[in-house]
Write a new protein. Sequence first.
Length: 262
Amino acid sequence: MSNEPITLTAGDAEVTVRPDHGGRIAGLRVGGTELLRQGDRFGCFPMVPWCGRMREGRFRNGAVQHQLPLNAPPHAIHGTARDGAWNTARLRADEAVLTYDLADPWPYSGRVTQVIGLAPDALTLTMAVETYDDSFPAQIGWHPWFNRNLGRADVLIDFSPAWQEERGDDHLPTGNRLDPKPGPWDDCFGMPGGVDVTLTWPGQLELRVTSPEEWVVVYDEQAAAVCVEPQTGPPDGLNTLPRLVTPLQPLEATTTWHWRRL
């Protein structure tokens, strides 16, 4: 199938998907109101095969060290799949299945599959990384940019993490865990029972981001948008908390955004 833009619908919810632009969700409208910040860098993009910053663009796989381009000097950030074209493998009115073959500069072959499923009151995103060749460490995550204001009042962020990763001057976790601090944030948090973050636009909409994964980055330092990023490990996790993809064991993750009108 082609990689042309896709529109999914369910009830009064509508999602625009851009396989041609990093497999990202370019828009999520509920009752005609756009929830995601618009623009080529925004929407919601998949972070794969790693999430957030990777220290100096380097990671090890066993005894082999790899160097990746520094697209956020002095680090590499957010994986490679957001910069590539994905293919549409299957399409229904309320669901799209996209695939992306890992390629340079990522040094290993593999395939990423993303399933985007829309219901009248929820969006479910599922992603898997698989290999039929060499094993390698990987991460999966999503980076949504939610509009801070939908026309009435700024969004409120509510969550109860077990800890906050201490952030060094290089924006990477130091390895120390802190009691959660008030924002503004560009920080990673641990939620061992699963990611559970509620965004509330007063008098308009409540949206709950959940995931069985225990890591979430929350970013609210921009005036226009806030980000709630569920992921399979912390920033620089290929080095500090690697999850191995093998021919017998893919890496899989899922997140659901459930909303209700207020």
